[in-house]
Design a protein around this ligand. Sequence first.
Ligand SMILES: *[C@@H]1O[C@H](CO)[C@@H](O)[C@H](O)[C@H]1NC(C)=O
Ligand SMILES: *[C@@H]1O[C@H](CO)[C@@H](O)[C@H](O)[C@H]1NC(C)=O
Ligand SMILES: *[C@@H]1O[C@H](CO)[C@@H](O)[C@H](O)[C@H]1NC(C)=O
Length: 443
Amino acid sequence: MQLRMVVSFHFRSKEGEVVVLTFGMASVTDIQKSGSHKLIDALLEKNITPFVTLFHWDLPQTLQDEYEGFLDRQIIQDFKDYADLCFKEFGGKVKHWITINQLYTVPTRGYAIGTDAPGRCSPMVDTKHRCYGGNSSTEPYIVAHNQLLAHATVVDLYRTKYKFQKGKIGPVMITRWFLPFDESDPASIEAAERMNQFFHGWYMEPLTKGRYPDIMRQIVGSRLPNFTEEEAELVAGSYDFLGLNYYVTQYAQPKPNPYPSETHTAMMDAGVKLTYDNSRGEFLGPLFVEDKVSGNSYYYPKGIYYVMDYFKTKYGDPLIYVTENGFSTPSSENREQAIADYKRIDYLCSHLCFLRKVIKEKGVNVRGYFAWALGDNYEFCKGFTVRFGLSYVNWEDLDDRNLKESGKWYQRFINGTVKNSAKQDFLRSSLSSQSQKKRLADA
Ligand SMILES: *[C@@H]1O[C@H](CO)[C@@H](O)[C@H](O)[C@H]1NC(C)=O
Ligand SMILES: *[C@@H]1O[C@H](CO)[C@@H](O)[C@H](O)[C@H]1NC(C)=O
Ligand SMILES: *[C@@H]1O[C@H](CO)[C@@H](O)[C@H](O)[C@H]1NC(C)=O
């Protein structure tokens, strides 16, 4: 069994202390008390392989204050020093390292729309007056560029100085699939592929070829940084595996890119509008998140099939771990409701079905799957308003936990898979609703 965890970004502390956080396993304070080594040892003792993430968006405030974090190239050396410490300290036991979680997220949510840390955006993008500064048209590309260089520098360090530790290292990509809003309209079909380039290619082209996609170069022009020859060489091929997170698929249709304008953000450069319903007004699938303010989202299990196939075909058949896939429920539910989480079973089960299908039919090299999350966790930007866990956690008393129905289902699933990986058809029979069964019958 494998468990993903996060090392907080404390590389500047004088004591050289590194704190390990896990989601749901135990409380943060428990782990601080017991120590990172103890946690890792305890996992290994139970035959659980830890996958450690070096940067999960928790930059020390001091580095933001000093030089605006990933907006400045100084981050590359600091990230390298921190990773060096982690490899030295834990590399004897930890053999799977993730450099940066969801390369797409900090540049866009942190520097284009400013809804996530560090909260930078252009003044006219900032309708809620949350951003303390920024330029939504330019900064996201610089941040993404420095992330790629920081990532690649750390991979190089691991492959040279820590080669003897014989581990594997890679980044995590957030993925989505994009379907044409109107499949009979070439403009929609083009919009979907353009979105793929701006969403996945932005990172994957540098990671495989050392340069940005041509379409991005054309559209973004001089706002898109260049790699020197030496940097291109460093970035290309800088992974042993790819961690892919997948949650949803969206419909894509063309939408004019308003650049240049004061309300422009880098996320508009693709010239694509994304929706959960298509030109016929049909929604993608079952309800994912109810949102009365910005609109509901819906999920599409087959999207994971398309994403995996796309990465295999387009990016040279990489070794893949699905590092996140999961479903949130509102924390307004009481404990009893939260535990009867049949909708989460539907979500996990249907995605695992399509994951199995794409492995079987296309030979995609998927070697692991991590459900997000083991227990209800403190979620980025959502805090305690949602629950993602396979276990219910009482946030007032962290020792008070219950395995949810989804946790019990997952336990049975893992048990069955381990014993007989060829015979997973009980997957389908575990679906909780008839309609869902029908929808998947032709899968
Ligand atoms: C990157 O290189 C291209 C082609 O040489 C050039 O047109 C562009 O201005 C450069 N961009 C930056 C940000 O230097
Ligand atoms: C962002 O920076 C670019 C390049 O320096 C500049 O042309 C543009 O006006 C800036 N945008 C805002 C909103 O400040
Ligand atoms: C796992 O399989 C074993 C052997 O068949 C069985 O005894 C055990 O109850 C199963 N556990 C779960 C959680 O399904």
